[in-house]
Design a protein around this ligand. Structure first.
Ligand code: ZN
Ligand code: ZN
Length: 226
């Protein structure tokens, strides 16, 4: 349910602090979702009535092939960079540890493709994909201009701010917070509480804490496991 709420917040462009997100009761979260769904419908409708491309009007994407994804990517490219994207934009069915990436040939320095995680789309929706595409397009266009194009480059970060793209194209992580029973250090997220796991630091058993979502922007929200 928090994931639905999160992708709707993104779609509508509203901001709800992580702190208040985690304090919502089940009932309140439901009300938020209903209200945001209504808002999203009204918003999308107003954009669909105009003939110009508007990213907020995109509510779903065809995953049967790359055509629509490639089209949307190129519209974003034209809108934010004034040029089409010269490499193919493709779905990846198995990519889970990143929302997407831009790849190029190290030896020839030729750009290859932009890849988008289908899993991310199925989990968090079309607006999440749009954010990722903008991020990857920023990598691509800076690369083509021979400018600093990596995540850690200042110019890249500034460009992301300018076009409203996320700074990291990371997927959302979820799981139980675990800590080392010997030293108490953070030992990562685990999908299921398993007794056999041991910590890397002290080779001791793990203590399992609350179930959390870590948003791509680093916000950590405690949630009930769905
Ligand atoms: Zn990146
Ligand atoms: Zn330890």
């Amino acid at each position: 349910m928090m994931k639905t709420l999160y992708s709707l917040l993104l779609e509508v462009g509203e901001n709800l602090e992580a702190a208040s997100l985690s304090q919502l009761t089940h009932e309140e979260a439901k009300q938020w979702i209903a209200r945001l769904k209504q808002l999203a419908r009204v918003k999308a409708k107003s954009f669909m009535d105009s003939d110009v491309f508007h990213e907020k009007a995109i509510r779903s994407l065809d995953t049967r092939d790359n055509k629509e994804l490639d089209w949307v990517g190129n519209q974003l490219s034209l809108q934010y960079f004034g040029r089409p994207c010269k490499v193919p934009i493709e779905w990846d069915k198995s990519l889970k540890n990143a929302a997407g990436y831009f790849s190029f040939d190290l030896r020839t320095q030729r750009p290859l493709r932009i890849v988008q995680s289908m899993w991310q789309y199925n989990q968090f929706g079309a607006q999440h994909v749009i954010g990722t595409l903008k991020h990857e397009l920023a990598h691509f266009h800076l690369f083509m201009e021979g400018r600093p194009f990596r995540d850690e480059d200042e110019e890249f970060k500034q460009l992301c701010h300018q076009i409203g793209a996320p700074l990291y194209a990371l997927a959302m992580k979820e799981g139980y917070v675990t800590s080392c029973s010997a030293c108490g250090g953070f030992a990562g997220l685990e999908k299921k509480p398993k007794k056999k796991l041991i910590s890397r630091c002290c080779k001791s058993s793990l203590d399992f804490g609350s179930f959390v979502l870590i948003f791509p922007n680093g916000q950590v929200v405690e949630v009930e496991k769905e």
